[in-house]
Design a protein around this ligand. Structure first.
Ligand SMILES: [Zn+2]
Length: 207
């Protein structure tokens, strides 16, 4: 399911922390936003297809219950938050951080910012959000004959305690980056060639 909030006038996107605070003060506000994102013309039951105002529960904000068949529809079904145990408000903070911060925030920074006790939770949320931000119609790079692609590989990871020297617990990652050329470099500095990095593809490779 792809919902582009930037294309929806009825789904405001916060441009600052105060605005975020005002839009998403609690779980209920986050749930209401998700509900509006999924059903722009009002709730429709996933099970029986009946439209109309559902039952909502203060202690279970991620759920709408159909008044016709009495079954529950999860607001997070089909999203990166599906079957989550993390509060919606934490996911919203996380999404805001990922979408508004400079790229490359580490899971440790992320964990600290969100006040999460478990590193694994922070890592999972960050990973899912990053995967979710990849455009589903992602095209291949290198398709333009006027621009070339540079590729290389490197080991990512660290030494495992008590395993001595050598390469272990490291992943081999292959990367490819588009080499783009600015039409007008706009600079008299000869070292500025106008070359810059375009889109990047990274993948863990077996060898
Ligand atoms: Zn129903």
């Amino acid at each position: 399911m792809v919902i582009d909030v930037l294309e929806r006038d009825d789904l405001p996107f916060p441009r600052s922390l105060p605005e975020f605070q005002r839009l998403f003060p609690n779980e209920a506000a986050c749930a209401a936003y998700l509900e509006r994102a999924r059903w722009s013309d009002g709730f429709v039951c996933d099970h029986c297809g009946t439209p109309g105002e559902p039952y909502r529960f203060a202690n279970r904000p991620g759920v709408c219950r159909c008044r016709h068949c009495n079954r529950d529809t999860s607001l997070t079904a089909g999203t990166v938050m599906e079957r989550t145990h993390t509060p919606l408000s934490v996911w919203f903070w996380a999404a805001y951080l990922v979408a508004s911060q400079t790229p490359g925030m580490s899971a440790v920074q992320f964990q600290r910012q969100l006040g999460l006790s478990r590193y694994e939770t922070a890592f999972q949320i960050l990973h899912k959000l990053r995967v979710g931000m990849v455009r589903p119609d992602q095209d291949r790079i290198g398709g333009n004959p006027a621009e070339h692609v540079e590729a290389d590989e490197t080991y990512v990871g660290g030494h495992a305690r008590g395993k001595g020297r050598g390469v272990h617990d490291m992943a081999l990652v292959a990367g490819a980056v588009e080499v783009k050329q600015r039409k007008h470099s706009g600079s008299l500095n000869k070292r500025r060639t106008g070359r810059y990095a375009g889109r990047v593809r990274l993948a863990v490779v077996p060898d």
